[in-house]
Design a protein around this ligand. Sequence first.
Ligand code: FES
Length: 124
Amino acid sequence: MTDKTTTRTVICRLDELQDPDSRGMTVTHDGQLQDIFIVRQGGQVFGYLNSCPHTGGPLDWVPDQFLNLDRDYIQCATHDALFRFRDGECVAGPCKGDHLTVVPVRIEAGDVVLLADVPDLSNS
Ligand code: FES
């Protein structure tokens, strides 16, 4: 059995984001390039794959714009599905009840950090 090590990648500073705000990016996660986005709300940050559960397409219609006009939900640009910040659940739209795929992020000393488990090959 291979152990896992958690890697930390700094994505940006929390104070680079407004409140609330969103930002998209391409990162190496779980060994592959993936399009993700983060949402800041107060002192919290949430991360999700940029893939709508309705069709698998991206949610943003312009770079870094993932929120609705009231900036209280994530909104898919294709068919206007709305998702909660805290858990990515779709609360309105064609995929109601489905969830965005969580990408683990956290705030460490003012940095927004992406966490990823990678195999630890040092013992093999
Ligand atoms: S592709 Fe997102 S709601 Fe249809």
